[in-house]
Design a binder for this molecule. Structure first.
Ligand code: PLP
Length: 377
């Protein structure tokens, strides 16, 4: 069966151009980048080229980029690395209620170690309450971590306003930009971002590689210790092929940004319009204006999202159900709960995330099947 993939927030297909760049580093170019002979140095150079490509996408210096094994690792490195390095200064961190589990569960771990965490509320569109953010700041606050764009409902946060607040109180500002990076323009210098997490597999790069941007002058403790790679901040022999793939994915994302955004937005807007016209009481979740171009998240009245997901799967259609935090769990996700969605609607929530490969014909096929299954149920 022909697969129609509308789950690009979960992961994306590695682009041919990216794969092509990566392949030599799995076999013929096998040197350890730390080795001093030619084939080692060759791979060191490949890593440094990728560092430049990543830095160019978000407008920072190459020595401000640290390669990691995932977006999750970048998030862990930030939360724990900043918490441990600033123990003397304070023990308080501010984040939001709608963060990715990589942030929320790192916070849970830190709470067990005696750190205090404030979880800021969001409004019905999923935008954080800036007044609440300000009111939570104390002289113990060492870090504010708020995601750039949400992975479920696509809402984009007022990043520059948050960074201004952080700056005013002299607090480090981190953003999990795994969904945003490569999909919308990010300029860390202009936006005043101190630290930023990104991941390759959400932007048509390979799985198992990410990066953390850390503004020069900010110190953080290493949570993976060893041979001192990545300036001693993230030990472990580098995933050269993965890093090369991440670099190439960033280069392409930068080049195609405007076209990519316009195309996804057009497809998404068409989908949203058709759903709202044809499916009674379908409710779009998240902000209409401040939203990732490829995201549509709908609640369908009286539908069961998992049932719908499996019916669509039988037609080769991949979507994500918004109701389950993890498979086998029918509680609404923390994000849908935080935006105040009624449990009954939350249970009929589906996330559609469009990507590079999708066409208008694919969306018509999706709409056709969606309507059929919803009216049959
Ligand atoms: C996917 C995702 C992550 C985790 O990235 P991995 O590379 O899969 O570990 C973190 N944050 C957000 C917002 C994500 O969408």
């Amino acid at each position: 069966m022909n697969i129609k993939y509308f789950d690009n927030a979960a992961t994306t297909r590695v682009k041919e151009e990216v794969l092509k760049e990566m392949i030599p580093y799995f076999s013929v170019q096998y040197g350890n980048p730390s080795s001093l002979y030619t084939i080692g140095r060759y791979n060191k150079k490949a890593i440094e080229k990728a560092r430049r490509q990543v830095a160019d996408l978000i407008n920072c210096e190459t020595n401000e980029i640290y390669f990691t094994a995932s977006g999750s690792e970048s998030d862990n490195m930030t939360l724990k690395g900043i918490a441990y390095a600033n123990k003397e200064k304070g023990n308080h961190i501010i984040t939001s209620k709608i963060e990715h589990p990589a942030i929320l569960n790192s916070c849970k771990t830190l709470e067990k170690q005696g750190y205090k965490i404030s979880y800021i509320n969001v409004n019905k569109d999923g935008i954080i309450d800036l007044n609440e953010l300000i009111s939570e700041i104390t002289n113990q606050t060492i870090l504010i971590s708020v995601m750039f764009a949400n992975n479920e409902i696509g809402t984009i946060q007022p990043i520059e306003e948050i960074s201004k607040i952080a700056k005013k109180y002299n607090i480090i500002f981190h953003t999990d930009a795994v969904q945003a990076c490569g999909n919308i323009p990010i300029n860390v210098k202009k936006m005043g971002i101190d630290m930023l997490s990104l991941s390759a597999h959400k932007i048509n790069g390979p799985k198992g590689v990410g990066a953390l941007y850390v503004k020069k002058g900010i110190n953080f403790d290493s949570i993976i210790n060893g041979g001192g790679q990545e300036k001693g901040k993230r030990s472990g022999t580098e995933n050269v092929a993965g890093i090369v793939g991440l670099g190439k994915a960033c280069e392409i994302a930068k080049k195609q940004m405007d076209n990519h955004m316009a195309r996804l937005k057009e497809l998404r807007d068409y989908f949203v319009e058709q759903v709202e016209e044809n499916i009674p009481n379908a409710k779009l979740n998240g902000s209409r204006e401040n939203r990732l171009p490829g995201n549509a998240n709908f609640s369908f009245e009286n539908s069961d999202s998992q049932e719908l997901l499996f019916k669509l799967d039988s037609k080769g259609i991949c979507v994500s159900s918004g109701s389950a935090c993890s498979s086998g769990n029918s509680n609404p996700s923390h994000v849908l709960t935080a935006i105040g969605l009624e449990k009954k609607l939350a249970q009929g929530t589906i996330r559609f995330t469009f990507g590079e490969d999708n066409t208008k014909e694919d969306i018509d096929y999706l709409l056709e099947n969606l309507k059929e299954f919803i009216f049959l149920s």
